[in-house]
Design a protein around this ligand. Structure first.
Ligand SMILES: Cc1cc2nc3c(=O)[nH]c(=O)nc-3n(C[C@H](O)[C@H](O)[C@H](O)COP(=O)(O)OP(=O)(O)OC[C@H]3O[C@@H](n4cnc5c(N)ncnc54)[C@H](O)[C@@H]3O)c2cc1C
Length: 541
């Protein structure tokens, strides 16, 4: 049964898909994005969150390096509240190859990436946790991006131009007549209903799943998912991004995000992008390498370990894994395979998602006789909350809460939350202390039609993402949020079930590193929930 239609349907709610939805909508093209789970389910959240300056690619791939520095400048401007302008350092420690420095500096210069040499004394003064074996340090304009927030802000921006999106909507079939795509069949993963959506052009932006979506249309698209493992520590080890100055390898980069630090990553080719498993061996490899840069790394508590898959496109005969290109491809299946009405985009980096969308839409738009130019670099993603509004609202928030809430919520939702805080003082209760999230904010987000579980609320508010990882806030947040969901995900029918699912997902990231301080913390959580709250009803679960 046909239930919906759009001129363009985009499959995949990662950075690539949301960037395309925003670009098309701003050009005046009617577009709908579908995502099989919650938005930003794939590589765009299971990643390092480094806003590349391009310096990492300066020796091997100067085109990528140039694209990164240009987009780095644009994203800082249009997505201010999603980027932490930390700057970055490239460092060598004793034993690193000194001959790598000169070609790297030359590559940065040729790619337009500014570098500044920092004396060892200054480097250790501004980043005192760096190894005493430090030999050289250079400053570059790296930064940190919040992948969830930037993706949601692209959706908000697209919506202002008529762009639409549906979460928990999975493509399960492509309906083709006489070598032309007519519609797609989707399944609503909340209600389990199946229906058709008519479209003129189907865009496959399913990242590491792009090969599977192409297969539904009977096409071959050689996407090689490359899994990378990342470790989150319970505090900022450095205030700047710290990269190892050497040929890109595993465990080279530390990125500070808010109150935590992420170390990564690795590159293992895997058959199925759903595989987000991690192992003690991978963690040990990252820790050993990381200790080269921060010698006291093992003193920090590991919050959790997680993994995501890069959507690497591998042309026939080329190499996958770490040696595969980090560039992106646009495939027009009409030209390549004789199938009208379907295009695929694959590869690239989060840092360059906007540019990828621009280049892709420059090919797509003329097919619909649309000649509008890309404007995504000219306009901010969302309007910022005015300072005066934040100042007036300060009285309702915890000390540091107002700025955090303003950047998370954006101008419209911030206004709603402040109104609730003012009129219903009981909603000023802080449900998540680590991230300063009030009850009013949890209620506002839980009432949105795209919220179906506490985990959905977590991704929008950062509730449960700080140093306690949900230990203290999961119970309170589930009690408040669960009753507000219009449709609930399977297993999340009541607040207890929802909270258990939430904690179970957090648990997955802790099991591979269950030792030392992390084990102590895990035992405390188990003690609280199982023994004190008796969440398993006296059974071991
Ligand atoms: C470990 C790791 C570290 C990284 N670090 C960085 C970094 O620091 N900086 C940087 O710039 N880049 C980084 N990257 C690269 C970057 O994350 C990716 O290039 C980018 O996020 C890819 O976005 P995407 O939208 O193409 O794919 P994804 O984000 O994976 O999105 C694809 C979406 O398609 C959805 N989907 C799949 N199948 C279907 C279906 N049948 N129906 C509907 N929806 C479907 C998925 O659920 C998913 O949400 C890293 C990648 C990894 C894996």
């Amino acid at each position: 049964m046909v239930k919906d239609k759009a001129t363009v349907v985009i499959v995949g709610g990662g950075a690539t898909g949301v960037g395309i939805l925003r670009d098309l909508s701003m050009r005046g093209i009617d577009a709908l994005l579908i995502e099989k789970l919650d938005m930003v389910n794939g590589a765009s959240s299971r990643y390092h969150g480094l806003l590349h300056s391009g310096a990492r690619y300066a020796v091997k791939d100067q085109e990528a390096a140039r694209e990164c520095i240009e987009e780095n400048t644009i994203l800082r401007r249009i997505g201010k509240s999603c980027v932490e302008a930390t700057t970055g350092m490239f460092v060598q420690v004793e034993g690193d190859d000194p001959d790598f420095v000169e070609p790297w500096l030359k590559g940065c210069k040729e790619s337009g990436i500014p570098t500044r040499e920092i004396s060892k004394e200054e480097a250790l003064r501004i980043e005192p946790n760096l190894s005493r074996k430090l030999v050289v340090a250079y400053e570059v304009p790296d930064g940190a991006i919040d992948g969830f927030r930037m993706s949601w802000q692209n959706l908000q921006s697209a919506a202002r131009y008529g762009g639409r999106y549906k979460t928990y909507t999975e493509i399960i079939g492509v309906n083709i007549e006489n070598a032309v795509v007519k519609s797609i069949t989707v399944r609503d993963n909340v209600t389990k209903e199946e229906y058709e959506i008519e479209c003129e052009i189907l865009v496959n932006a399913a990242g590491p799943w792009a090969g599977q979506v192409a297969h539904m249309a009977g096409l071959e698209c050689n996407v090689s998912p490359s899994k990378g493992t990342l470790i989150a520590f319970n505090q900022r080890i450095s205030n700047r991004v710290v990269n190892r100055l050497r040929k890109p390898s595993n465990g080279d980069i530390f990125v500070p995000h808010g109150s935590i630090t992420i170390l990564g990553t690795s590159s293992i080719t895997i058959p199925d992008p759903e595989d987000t498993s991690t192992s003690w061996e991978e963690v040990e490899e990252l820790m050993k390498t990381g200790e080269g840069v921060f010698e006291h790394l093992r003193d920090y508590r590991i919050l959790r370990v997680f993994a995501g898959s890069r959507p690497l496109y591998v042309p026939k005969g080329a190499e996958g894994g770490r040696n595969a290109s980090r560039g992106f491809v646009t495939i027009d299946h009409e030209k390549e395979d004789g199938l009208k009405g379907m295009m695929t985009i694959c590869g690239g980096k989060f840092t360059t998602y906007r540019l990828m969308a621009e280049k892709f839409c420059d090919v797509l738009a003329p097919k619909l006789h649309n000649t509008a130019k890309c404007r995504t670099a000219e306009e901010d993603l969302v309007p910022e909350v005015p300072e005066a509004e934040k100042k007036a609202a300060r009285q309702y928030f915890p000390s540091y809460g107002v700025n955090l809430a303003a950047t998370r919520l954006g101008v419209d939702k911030f206004g709603d939350v402040v109104k609730t805080l003012k009129e219903q003082p009981e909603t000023r209760e802080v449900l998540c202390e680590c991230e300063n999230v009030t009850m009013a904010e949890i209620q506002r987000i839980a009432a949105e039609p795209t919220s179906h579980s506490v985990a959905d609320v977590r991704r929008r508010t950062r509730m449960g993402m700080g140093t306690c990882q949900g230990n203290y806030c999961a119970l309170r947040s589930a009690a408040v949020a669960n009753k507000l969901f219009k449709n609930k995900l399977e297993g999340c029918n009541d607040s207890l079930g929802d909270m258990k699912n939430f904690l179970q997902a957090r648990w997955k990231g802790i099991t591979p590193v269950m030792a030392g301080k992390t084990l102590r913390e895990a035992e405390m959580t188990r003690g609280m929930y199982e023994l004190l709250f008796n969440v398993n009803g006296g059974r071991r679960g």
